[in-house]
Design a protein around this ligand. Structure first.
Ligand SMILES: Nc1ncnc2c1ncn2[C@@H]1O[C@H](COP(=O)(O)OP(=O)(O)O)[C@@H](O)[C@H]1O
Ligand SMILES: [Mg+2]
Length: 343
């Protein structure tokens, strides 16, 4: 909200409340800021907004109590700045597809596959990308026979990372150092998603790369690679929710990361390949591990990466010569350029 050029764009800030109401918000970046003392929420009782659900309309309608519904005018493009299920996972994208509304970022399939750490790995592996050893515990497997489900994890060496398959922001993720802790970690992950992915822990540096779709038929563009260093002594065992959003001290983001040229080049190649493997559009951030032995693993892709001024995605582009407002221009332009419907 702070970075977008208000001379070029009319911004209609819409928030979605926990119960799914779409409401007009104030849009003041200061009120939206996430800090250790403030995790703001959308006011469910605010002025409602209706999004058209037919391809013949593009207007937003505002609903206020005891007022005649009024039109806010046509929407040219939606920027779905949302994390997690029902925002980043293709569901919202599907709703916009139904109405032929253009939007920034990946479509239904890439969003869904990028959200699901199980199918993301299936697609990556099929495309020849390096993914680490992992196991999946589905809801049915867990409810049928917990012990057998946990046996499937037995082939992995500890520590393991137990994750909700379709989560994000590190919520519900635990690092488990011995088999005794596995069950509790699966139960905790299942609070977020009943499908759970268990990964072998990788000891290595966390290296990330920002990807931006190429114009027209050009290949994806990749940024300089960045590194996330979770510092010791701040109570973070890994890059957890607090380290990501709330603790300014415990994490150091650097870009370009200090890496041999060939390693940075390989991470960029893998990032573009991951983007293409899923058929991503617009933008994505690809996160890798770089081990002491020199191996690179693709950990995950984020089809709507963190987008605050403190987030890696805009920072990596800024370090690569594309300032935040121009990055937004580029993303909006890519969205406007693409046709609606199957493409
Ligand atoms: N296999 C792994 N080995 C080592 N660290 C991991 C592994 N998986 C996750 N982590 C740590 O947990 C963090 C969050 O995991 P990630 O898979 O990126 O989930 P999210 O989608 O919530 O960001 C990573 O940034 C990293 O610090
Ligand atoms: Mg991550």
């Amino acid at each position: 909200m702070q970075a977008i050029d208000r001379d070029t764009y009319d911004v209609v800030p819409i928030g979605i409340s926990r119960d799914g109401h779409w409401v007009l918000t104030d849009g003041d970046p200061r009120l939206l800021e996430l800090t250790a003392s403030q995790t703001p929420e959308v006011d469910a009782d605010g002025t409602g907004v209706l999004v058209p659900l037919a391809t013949t309309e593009r207007g937003l309608t505002v609903l206020e109590p005891e007022q005649v519904p009024r039109s806010l005018g046509d929407v040219d493009v939606v920027f779905p700045l949302l994390h997690g299920p029902f925002g980043e996972d293709g569901t919202l994208q599907g709703m916009l597809e139904l109405a032929d509304i253009r939007y920034v970022g990946s479509g239904v399939f890439a969003s869904a596959a990028g959200m699901d750490k199980h199918y993301m790995k299936v697609v990556f592996a099929a495309a020849g990308l390096p993914v680490g050893p992992y196991a999946v515990v589905t809801d049915a497997q867990w409810r049928r026979d917990k012990a057998a489900a946990m046996d499937a994890v037995g082939a992995l060496t500890y520590p393991v990372f137990v994750k909700p398959a379709r989560g994000g922001s590190s919520l519900g993720i635990s690092k488990v150092t011995e088999p005794d802790g596995l069950e509790a970690a699966i139960v905790a992950a299942r609070e977020h998603d009943r499908k759970v992915v268990v990964e072998q822990g990788v000891v290595g540096r966390e290296i990330e790369c920002a990807v931006l779709q190429g114009r027209d038929t050009d290949p994806p563009r990749t940024s300089e690679v960045g590194e996330v260093v979770v510092e010791e002594g701040h109570g973070h065992d890994f890059y957890d929710f607090e380290a990501k959003y709330l603790d300014d001290q415990g994490v150091v983001l650097s870009c370009p990361a200090k890496l041999p040229d060939h390693v940075a080049a390989e991470v960029r190649r893998l990032a573009a390949a991951a983007f293409e493997a899923l058929g991503c559009e617009g933008l994505a951030r690809v996160d890798c591990f770089y081990t002491d032995k020199g191996d690179i693993f693709v950990n995950e892709i984020n089809t709507m990466p963190g987008f605050t001024p403190h987030s890696m995605y805009p920072q990596m582009w800024a370090a690569s010569g594309l300032a935040y407002p121009e990055l937004i221009d580029e993303l909006v332009q890519l969205a406007l350029d693409r046709p609606v419907g199957l493409r």
